[in-house]
Write a protein that binds this ligand. Structure first.
Ligand code: S3P
Length: 443
């Protein structure tokens, strides 16, 4: 297993860089390409472990997929949703919850048997949240341990029963799973979301001709229209950029421009939170394409005040809480995160992982049932921490290491390639080079 030794940053970070491509969009663009008839060219695709898992599963449905990683391009060729066929092998999603939950919605409409599973972490993540609502479509579905966990089996059918469902958890993965299943409905389906989560699936389905409407809290899916392939130019990933943003805010004299970031309001809760904390972070040249805003961000080193975030805000920054917690250790006052119980069932129990690691480095973090209370500013010390095999925990600890007063060693950092394979290269590009990767495989 690889580890990394991070030395405190000795000088400012600066640069004008492109944001790494968005993982959430990449999954969806490939899946929607498979559901649309024709050739879908996807530009600025995020080639990382999770999206490779999605491409692998889609190929098992008989879709033709060509990949050009050097150019960031994927081409998906499909006969459309009714041309997808029973997978001849198990759908192995690796570490990717988005792949498993969204693909499950697709398997519901494919006649025949699909088996979905993944790595050890995936097999401990909750699946009842998709199994129960998918049953409303008349599909036969179940999972291990009383429907709690993967492996899952699905015996799909076409058409499916149209359904009404109110989301109990504000999860874009559950919502997207149901949006996909609703495409095979024998009439319109209605999905109510009391708390808004990222709406990329809705926007992208509309972009390929899907009849998706939104009235108040209810998304209506009218399945008659055929989906027709179109090219997608994907924006950069705010959830990956978040680590660079945090580094620039924390290190004196830093100034960074990050270009081509997806700025959908359902995704930029962290930017809004940082602005309330007093961070100098500005959006500029914002434009909209297929319902998705994108633009650039300028970030300056800033002194930060503490923050409070509650349940309604969580979906818009759900993946950014680990790195926001690192920032909270340097903010003036008590930062309070509430209503974030979902973090306990991500790639790791993130509330536990963050508090253990940050406390190990001398921070003052208290874990509550559904959140964290972090007091700051506190000077972090060096030490050894763990990634918990969770990419976002590993990268958050790297950034903590930049501002600690002695080296920080992070174990098991291979997981970073789950979402951001070029993380260390990008840190180098903006001027941070004082790290050493110690690889067991090279030893
Ligand atoms: C994602 C939605 C979020 C997020 C995950 C990606 C998506 O999960 O944490 O990393 O692409 O839909 P939930 O919707 O389950 O909270």
């Amino acid at each position: 297993m690889d580890k990394v030794r991070i030395l405190p940053a000795s000088s400012k970070l600066a640069g004008d860089i492109l944001c790494p491509p968005d993982k959430s969009f990449s999954h969806r663009a490939a899946m929607i390409g498979a559901l649309s008839s024709g050739e879908t060219l996807i530009h600025n695709f995020s080639f990382c472990q999770d999206t490779w898992s999605t491409l692998y599963c889609l190929k098992l449905f008989g879709v033709t997929i060509q990949t050009y990683p050097d150019q960031g391009v994927v081409q998906v060729t499909s006969f459309g949703k009714n041309g997808l066929s029973e997978p001849p092998d198990i759908l192995d999603v690796g570490n990717s919850g988005t792949t498993l939950r969204l693909i499950a919605g697709i398997t519901a409409g494919i006649q025949g048997l699909s088996i979905l599973t993944g790595d050890q972490s995936i097999r401990q993540r909750p699946m009842k949240r998709i199994i129960d609502p998918l049953r409303k479509t008349g599909v036969v579905i179940g999972g291990r341990n009383g429907d709690r966990y993967a492996p899952l089996y699905v015996i799909g059918k076409n058409p499916l029963r149209a359904f009404h469902h109110t989301l109990e958890i504000p999860s874009a993965q559950v919502k997207s799973c149901l949006l996909f299943a609703a495409l095979w409905g024998d009439g319109p389906s209605f999905i109510k979301e009391p708390i808004l989560s990222r709406n990329h699936t809705e926007n992208m389905l509309q972009a390929v001709g899907g009849d998706i409407r939104k009235q108040n809290e209810v998304i209506q899916v009218y399945p008659e229209k055929e989906l027709v392939a179109r090219p997608f130019h994907l924006p950069g990933d705010i959830s990956s950029a978040a680590f660079l943003i945090a580094a620039a805010l924390l290190i004196p004299k830093s100034h960074l421009v990050i270009r081509n970031i997806g700025l959908n309001p359902t995704r930029i809760g962290m930017v809004r939170c940082l602005q309330r904390m007093g961070a100098q972070i500005n959006l500029f040249e914002v434009r909209e394409e297929w319902g998705e805003q994108q633009g650039h961000l300028a970030i300056e080193h800033s002194l930060l005040n503490s923050f409070e975030i509650n349940q309604d805000q969580i979906p818009s920054l759900i993946d950014e809480i680990p790195i926001l917690s690192v920032l909270a250790t340097q903010a003036n006052g008590y930062s309070i995160i509430k209503g974030a119980g979902e973090l306990r069932v991500k790639e790791s129990d993130r509330l536990h992982a963050i508090s253990e690691n940050l406390n190990q480095l001398g921070a003052q973090v208290n874990e509550t049932d559904d959140g964290l209370v972090i007091s700051g500013p506190i000077r972090l010390k060096g030490g050894k921490v763990k990634s918990y095999h969770d990419h976002r925990i590993a990268m958050s600890m790297v950034i903590a290491g930049l501002i600690a007063d002695a080296p920080v060693e992070i174990e098991d950092i291979e997981c970073i390639s789950i979402s951001y394979p070029n993380f260390f290269q990008d840190l180098q590009k903006i001027g941070y080079k004082d790290f050493k990767i110690i690889s067991d495989t090279l030893a």
